[in-house]
Design a protein around this ligand. Structure first.
Ligand SMILES: *Cc1c(COP(=O)(O)O)cnc(C)c1O
Length: 376
């Protein structure tokens, strides 16, 4: 029997679960006659800050700007150094580079894919200003030891929360730990707009105030410009849509967690490395990432069975042409490079059915057994 194919993430199906709320939000903005920095953005900022357990939220145009402006609000300048994970989406590094600062990569813990706190100290120099952990694939980084190293050396901590809306560590949601968190609301994220969007949450009133000025042309009072700012504002329309979506997020994250549990049970014992959740963590499963030494053959075999997978990410940032000037050769960050060669993301999303999940499990079992026999 042939099955219909399983999409990697059916974004349209996700939106259709809230079609009426989204249309009502659109009408509200259309009828308001106010489209930039109005009530919708202010309300969303208040609601999202409360949801994260932070005192302030500042809406910006996208996740990359959230990172860049937050670094500037923390006082990072050209020539400074920022500690970043060696394995992340390249936006984390680009934000540092856009300020003229230098991204200093630190290798991850191969079990969790997140920044290894034990390796941070060796990367700190007199130029280091900020540690920038990423909560990769929806699981929070080890915030307690990271914050401890930062405090010891007088460094700020900016978190990249683009993949971790609602993830908890030590019982607290991401947003309540470090000095600030940068968020993306790109459509494919756990909390996604219908276009680009981003935000920074923080409980530091000074960082919040600087961000409000930076995002709006460096101005507090219209046509009076205090600093060389940006035009990076969250749209009223996207804010209204995000307000409609925020109440559904917890339920969607729980659905992702149920799918992940089904995968963890159904895929054990196949010679595949499965995601590891350390004690005290509640991930939100933005991605379900497995590792296999013959990743490309696994992906091809799954595609032939109608299962769509993706690779997050195929090339490590230090080996991208964009970072050729760093002069870091293949082999210089071996943990990250091995991950980039082996990771494969299986389909996951809040509207994925148990039948679809079981179809993925059956397909992975079939292809993994075949690859195992070839190897034997
Ligand atoms: C998506 C993402 C970003 C960038 O967000 P945009 O809104 O696309 O600019 C940054 N960091 C990580 C880890 C991401 O996944």
């Amino acid at each position: 029997m042939t099955h219909p194919s399983v999409p990697f993430l059916d974004l349209k199906a996700v939106q259709m679960t809230q079609r009426d709320e989204l249309r009502a939000a659109f009408d509200r903005v259309l009828d308001s006659g106010w489209y930039i920095l109005g009530q919708e953005v202010a309300q969303f900022e208040a609601e999202y800050a409360a949801w994260c357990g932070a005192a302030h939220c500042i809406g910006v145009a996208n996740g990359l700007d959230a990172l860049t402006l937050a670094l500037r609000a923390m006082g990072v300048e050209a020539g400074d150094e920022v500690i970043v994970p060696s394995n992340t989406y390249i936006a984390t590094w680009l934000a540092v580079s856009h300020i003229g600062a230098v991204p200093v990569p630190v290798e991850p813990d191969p079990l969790t894919f997140n920044l290894d706190p034990a390796r941070i100290e060796a990367a700190i120099t007199p130029k280091t200003k900020v540690i920038l952990p990423v909560h990769l694939y929806g699981q929070a980084a080890e915030m307690a030891p990271i914050l401890a190293v930062a405090r010891q050396h007088g460094l700020r901590v900016l978190e990249d929360g683009a993949q971790a809306h609602g993830a908890r560590v030590q019982g607290q949601r991401v947003g309540a730990h470090g000095d600030a968190v940068a968020w993306s609301f790109y459509p494919g994220k756990n909390l996604g707009a219908l276009g680009d969007g981003g935000a920074v949450t923080t409980s530091d009133p000074q960082i919040a105030e600087r961000l409000r000025v930076l995002r709006n042309y460096g101005s507090r009072v219209k046509y009076h410009n205090e600093v060389i700012g940006y035009n990076s504002r969250l749209d009223e329309l996207q804010a209204a849509l995000l307000r409609a979506k925020l109440p559904a997020l917890q339920g969607q994250n729980e659905r992702r967690a149920a799918i992940a549990q089904r995968y963890l049970q159904g895929l054990a014992g196949l010679g595949l490395s499965l995601p590891f959740v350390p004690p005290g963590h509640e991930p939100v499963w933005h991605l379900f990432v497995v590792r296999h030494p013959r990743r490309d053959e696994l992906a091809q075999g799954l595609a032939a069975l109608g299962v769509h997978t993706m690779i997050h990410y195929p090339v490590a940032p230090h080996l991208q042409p964009a970072y050729a000037s760093l002069g870091m050769k293949a082999g210089s960050l071996p943990i990250s490079e091995a991950m980039h060669a082996q990771v494969l993301s299986l389909p996951i999303g809040p509207t994925q059915t148990d039948a679809q999940t079981d179809q993925v499990i059956a397909a992975v079992r079939e292809v993994a057994h075949r690859l195992h026999k070839l190897a034997a």
